[in-house]
Design a protein around this ligand. Structure first.
Ligand code: C5P
Length: 223
């Protein structure tokens, strides 16, 4: 089978990461979590004292951190200036600031370049998940999937993931998630959006295995 490029977009809590990793592992493809890259640059801004409310300061610093993503779907990694950032990028602080940082055009240009290079170097094909992959980063992807789910289902999934890590409450998780999606959908530069040629899959009533199966079938039809 030829190298296939798969773009998986959608708001938070729709199962994008779990689905993308499993599909890539099943089909022998590489995997890229683009949200992790935006989280990584946000974490770098925070730890280096850049005011994440100041788009100009963010723009000036956007080129500074070295961000390297490992693309093994079974063990994805991300380093910032050589430091393992997989843990720190998942904190509430990063989650609450990532939308503002990722709305800055200089940040998007920088991260989009990294993404295109990784996709072009992925010999056997790759699954790339994010918000603007089908619309902006890889408009010529072989398959574009847009995952959706009700706000209730998304909040319940996200709060299940967070359990044990940080104190969570369902209402607060839902509110934070809706706020982040509104910011991501409302920004000027490459907002969260479904590409015209994307296949929309509503995961509200589906199990993770069903979503994986559905996407695997869609990829196989393209190979
Ligand atoms: O997918 P995840 O929740 O980790 O993404 C974190 C944030 O990164 C999103 O809320 C969004 O602000 C940003 N993001 C983006 N474009 C992408 C992927 C993520 O702006 N392709």
């Amino acid at each position: 089978p030829s190298a296939v490029i798969v773009a998986i977009d959608g708001p938070s809590g729709t199962g994008k990461s779990s689905t993308s990793k499993a599909v890539a592992a099943k089909l022998g493809l590489r995997y890229l979590d683009t949200g992790a890259q935006y989280r990584a640059i946000t974490w770098w801004m925070i730890t280096n004292g850049v005011d994440t409310e100041d788009p100009h300061a963010i723009a000036v610093a956007a080129g500074k951190p070295a961000i390297v993503s490992g693309t093994d779907p079974c063990a994805p990694t991300i380093t910032v200036d050589g430091l393992d950032a997989s843990g720190p990028i998942r904190t509430k602080e990063v989650t609450s600031k990532v939308s503002a940082v990722s709305a800055v055009p200089e940040v998007r240009t920088r991260i989009t370049e990294l993404q295109r290079t990784i996709a072009a170097d992925a010999d056997g094909g790759i699954v790339v998940e994010g918000r603007d992959i089908g619309t902006t980063v890889l408009p010529d992807a072989d398959l574009k999937v847009f995952l959706t789910a009700s706000a209730e289902a998304r909040a319940a999934r996200r709060s299940g993931e967070l359990k044990g890590k940080e104190a969570t409450d369902l209402a607060a998780t839902k509110e934070a998630l809706i706020k982040r999606d509104a910011a991501d959908s409302g920004r000027k530069t490459s907002p969260l959006a479904k590409a015209g040629d994307a296949v929309e899959v509503d995961t509200t009533e589906l199990t993770l295995d069903q979503v994986i199966e559905c996407v695997v079938t869609l990829v196989e039809e393209k190979r």
